[in-house]
Structures are given as structure tokens and as C-alpha cells.
Design a protein around this ligand. Sequence first.
Ligand code: AMP
Length: 174
Amino acid sequence: MSPKHEHLKKKIREIKNYPTAGISFKDITPLLEDKQSFREAVEGIANFFKEKQVDKIVGIESRGFLFASSVAYLLNTGVVMVRKKDKLPSQKILREHSLEYGNGSLEMHTDSVVPGEKIVVIDDVLATGGTAEAAIKLTEQLGGQIVGTGFLIELPLGGREKLKQYSIYSLIQY
Ligand code: AMP
């Protein structure tokens, strides 16, 4: 972790008590809308993985897709969509999980990962780690090998502990 990208916090809006009471929601829309900040964020995450052998990026719906696909483009890899329940059309596997402000169910197509492929899981925010863990488990269920995980934002809510057996890279920490 380095404070190199700390200034990007100016582009992250905090919305108190959204979507439920007690949550400080990190609204990344100003960062996405600013071309320099968006580029810095995507390149920052991609740089961390560029020396590693990566076959595919797994992105988590929906804000995770924005970073996962951009990083995949830079690393010249494919990108896999982990989607909320009932959105994927073909044969799939499902995993239920909890997240900072509720519960969710994520799915992945069974042919999205080939056994042995080296995978990086990317999302916008690491909070409790439940969401990323679900995407990791789906990937592993199909035989994928997790090279690491990448996030724009890391919150001190236990995610790092939950994912401690994996390499975690976050660009900005709170
Ligand atoms: P968690 O499973 O608790 O690590 O939560 C991570 C997921 O929920 C990510 O997909 C985020 O988009 C979303 N999320 C959780 N907490 C926040 C937050 N405080 N601000 C913005 N997004 C969040």
C-alpha cells in the first residue's frame, strides 16, 4: 500500500446513511467522470498485475465491471462477468453472500473459467469481503487459480482478514 493515489479521494463522494442507516457510501461517480482520475485508477490497478501471468479478469456486477473490463483491456486478457442472480443466460453456478449493507447472490457461467486459468478478481470496493469471497469461490469451483484481487477502494471492515490467503491490492485506503 502506498499513499501515491491518496489525492483520488477528492473524487470520491461520501454519502452518509446510504443505502441504509449507518453506512458511509463511497460514491465513485465523480472519479469515473473525470478522465485523468479514471485513467489513473485503471492504470494503477493494472500496473500491479502487469508482471504477473494473468489469463482472465473476473469482474463483479456492476461497478466492478467498469474497472475489470478496463484493466483486462490494458493487460490484454479476457474478462468474465460475475452477475447478480438471474442475469446470466446460460448454464451457471450460484453463491450466496453477505456484504456491508445486506445480502446478495452472485452467479458465473460454468464455461467462463477453464481449470488452471490464472484469474484476478476485481471490484470497486472491498468492505467486509463477502462479495469478493463469493466471486473467488465461484472461480475456484470451476478450477480457476486466484492470482490476486484488486480494488479501487479498501475500507477497514474486515475484508483483508477475510481474504487473507489471497493477494490483495487496493489503490485507495480509508
Ligand atoms: P463487501 O462484500 O462487504 O466487501 O462489500 C463490497 C461490495 O459492496 C462491493 O461490490 C461494493 O460495490 C459494495 N459496497 C460495500 N460497501 C460499500 C460502501 N461503503 N460504499 C460503496 N460501495 C460499497
